[in-house]
Design a protein around this ligand. Structure first.
Ligand code: HSE
Length: 324
């Protein structure tokens, strides 16, 4: 059986979750891919950190080129986060003939065309399922089995941190600042939570969803975006009096053939399917002109749910590599 070699950029929370997903489920992943999959090199500075995985010291490298120029490596997984140097690294990997998998919504949303075109020009796969909705297979769904639809509407709760904060404020009457701290402790808020609470993370994810579902790329900074920092306990109580919940909603809709989009805190009637999505869970509500209404639900953040999506992409590519 062929061995597909993988280079991993970043062994932080998501990198560790991805590594662990492969470690836990290696036999079944390799059986499904019909080849062996080995993470042979890892670009990571912090080699001494305690991680609940088995990594040999010789797997670590400090030199990205030792991964991009290694003829034995077939797939590069980018899990550094942030736009740079992640984008430059992904482009280098592709230019060196490597397939690329990433969970990096900021880099994909900022450089969507460049990354897609470079992958196409170099005849390599570029997959980023984990970048939207963590473990929820929404990108795969809209680009494969749902492709026969004209999408009419996509509504999403796409950020675990803000949904957790709003849920805790709603259920327990807690203050925004106190809940944010808890979300960081639980590991789904970013170290710098600005992108989460200002809605920027959701705008990145909506940009990717619109590019794939509506073939329309809108840069995240051109999506009208309001975060949750101004939401008070009073707003939440007033919504409750009206039989509503406040959720941070990413919305893209075709209205008279024109795409309308936004990210903003929205009062949803308690009967709306998205109103019952709580804590760090994410959900995406999709309306297609043939399939009608669908809802995708699951963990949108966290090392293992995100690792599951990353490894899913790796598995699909390894299947193709294994056949060559
Ligand atoms: N900080 C993000 C969230 C991580 O809270 O959803 C997943 O993109």
């Amino acid at each position: 059986m062929k061995t597909v070699q993988v280079g991993l950029l970043g062994l932080g929370n998501i990198g560790t979750g991805t590594y662990k997903t492969l470690e836990m489920n290696k036999a079944q992943i390799e059986a499904a891919a019909e080849c062996k999959i080995e993470i042979t090199k890892i670009l990571e500075r912090d080699v001494d950190r305690e991680r609940d995985i088995t990594v040999r010291p010789e797997q670590f490298t400090q030199d990205p080129d030792s991964i991009f120029k290694d003829p034995e490596i077939d797939i590069v997984i980018e899990l550094l986060g942030g736009i740079e140097p992640a984008t430059t690294f992904m482009l280098s990997a592709m230019e060196n003939g490597k397939h690329v998998v990433t969970a990096n919504k900021a880099a994909v949303a900022a450089n969507f065309d460049k990354l897609m075109n470079t992958a196409r020009e170099n005849g390599v796969e570029f997959r980023f399922e984990a970048s939207v909705g963590g473990g929820i297979p929404i990108l795969n769904a809209i680009t494969t089995v749902l492709r026969s639809n004209q999408f009419e509407e996509i509504l999403g709760i796409l950020n675990g941190t803000t949904n957790y904060i709003l849920t805790q404020m709603t259920e327990y009457g807690l203050r925004y600042e106190d809940v944010l701290k808890k979300a960081q402790e639980k590991g789904f808020a970013e170290a710098d939570p600005t992108a989460d609470v200002e809605g920027i993370d959701v705008a990145n994810k909506l940009s990717i969803l619109m590019a794939l579902a509506f073939d329309t790329y809108v840069a995240p900074e051109d999506i009208p975006t309001t975060g949750i920092t101004q939401i008070t306990r009073k707003d939440i109580t007033s919504a409750a009096v009206n039989g509503c919940k406040i959720k941070l909603i990413a919305s893209a809709k075709l209205v008279d053939g024109k795409l309308e989009y936004s990210v903003k805190p929205t009062q949803l009637p308690n009967s709306h399917p998205l109103a019952s999505i709580n804590n760090e869970f994410n959900a995406v509500f999709v309306k297609g002109n043939a399939v009608d209404e669908l809802m995708f639900y699951g963990k949108g953040a966290g090392p293992l749910p995100t690792g599951s999506a990353v490894m899913g992409d790796v598995l699909e590519i390894a299947k193709l590599c294994g056949r060559k």
